[in-house]
Design a protein around this ligand. Structure first.
Ligand code: NAI
Ligand code: 2OP
Length: 310
């Protein structure tokens, strides 16, 4: 393939993203993980599925960053989940150190790449990747809004018994309890859902979207969601690789847009071959802006924690 994408972390999200990238024949894929044999084994398994899935994307696995050299995009999913006895600070510090180590390596081998961060806590990890890589802000972004919006869209389609393809939704803000689903900008065939559902039902879908990640964790018990997260990261990668210029909600570094400064948070952006080509500023009501500000405050708290732990 003409394009190359490296996925760091060959766990649930990383391996599923690699599968989707290859099966869509978007690029050659390199999987990298610290665990010996894991990326090699999953990559070989995916390569052996290629004749049946009928694609010619090359999928390889490695424990060495040399294999990632010259990537167009790096998707970072490396991290650990919170374990029993581990405090939130322990987790934040561990994932911060993993993100620093990973980013310095990928930046060395692919200095022109675009980074799509997936690891949690998402918005804070974007800051670590941005600071460590030294890449310009349009080449560092986080995946969360596409996932959260897809969840909102799925719930809207279930509620109204319509095709998911007819739905559109925007969820802005940080990837956490304070995320900001925007019913006014969420629609079915262009009709805002505020005209199609009662306020109570919209409130219920908004609440379900906010706890969408936890709902899956409670069901799976041993891990978090990965099919939809992988699809979301790949939608972002595809828009960049094909220069489609899709407008997608992504964690982007704001420098005054929406009145927010020096902070990664989810807003609509135009994604093309250069990365974030524009931050789209949609008009928010006072209540929506207040919700976005509250979400930004929650991200700022995490970023301050990172500084304290560094
Ligand atoms: P997982 O545990 O299945 O995979 C993580 C992988 O990272 C493991 O294979 C592990 O060996 C690897 N890893 C750990 N340290 C590493 C290092 N230093 N270098 C390279 N690889 C390393 O976890 P899963 O389900 O794939 O999730 C990955 C991350 O993505 C988590 O932080 C999770 O919370 C986050 N996530 C974020 C979402 C979002 O919306 N932004 C959605 C879903 C997951
Ligand atoms: C999710 O929203 C865990 O962030 C992850 O599913």
């Amino acid at each position: 393939m003409e394009k190359k994408v490296t996925v760091i972390g060959a766990g649930n999200v990383g391996a599923t993203a690699a599968q989707r990238l290859a099966e869509k024949e978007l690029c050659d894929v390199v999987l990298i993980d610290v665990v010996d044999g894991l990326p090699q084994g999953k990559a070989l398994d995916l390569a052996e599925a290629a004749p049946i899935e009928t694609h010619d994307a090359r999928v390889t696995g490695s424990n060495s960053y040399e294999a990632s050299a010259g990537s167009d995009i790096i998707i970072i999913t490396a991290g650990i989940p919170r374990k029993p006895g581990m405090s939130r600070d322990d987790l934040l510090k561990t994932n911060m150190n993993i993100m620093k180590a990973v980013t310095s390596q990928v930046a060395k081998y692919s200095p022109d790449a675009i980074l799509i961060i997936v690891s949690n806590p998402l918005d804070a990890m974007c800051h670590v990747a941005y600071d460590t890589s030294g890449f310009p802000k349009h080449r560092v972004m986080g995946m969360a809004g596409v996932l959260d919006s897809a969840r909102f869209r799925a719930f809207i389609a279930m509620e109204l018994n319509v095709s998911v393809e007819s739905t559109h939704a925007f969820v802005l803000g940080g990837h956490g309890d304070t995320m900001v689903p925007l019913p006014r900008y969420s629609s079915v065939a262009g009709i805002p859902i505020t005209e199609l559902m009662s306020k109570d039902r919209i409130d219920a879908l908004v609440a379900r979207t906010r706890s969408g990640g936890a709902e899956i964790v409670n069901l799976l018990k041993t891990g978090s969601a990965f099919y939809a997260p992988a699809s979301a990261a790949v939608e972002m990668a595809e828009s960049i690789l094909k220069d489609k210029k899709k407008i997608l909600p992504c964690a982007a570094y704001l420098d005054g847009e929406y009145g927010i400064h020096n902070l990664f948070i989810g807003v609509p952006v135009k994604l093309g071959s250069k990365g974030i080509e524009e931050i789209i500023q949609i008009k928010l009501t006072d209540a929506e802006q207040a919700a976005l500000n509250k979400s930004a405050d929650a991200v700022k708290d995490l970023v301050s924690e990172l500084k304290r732990l560094s």
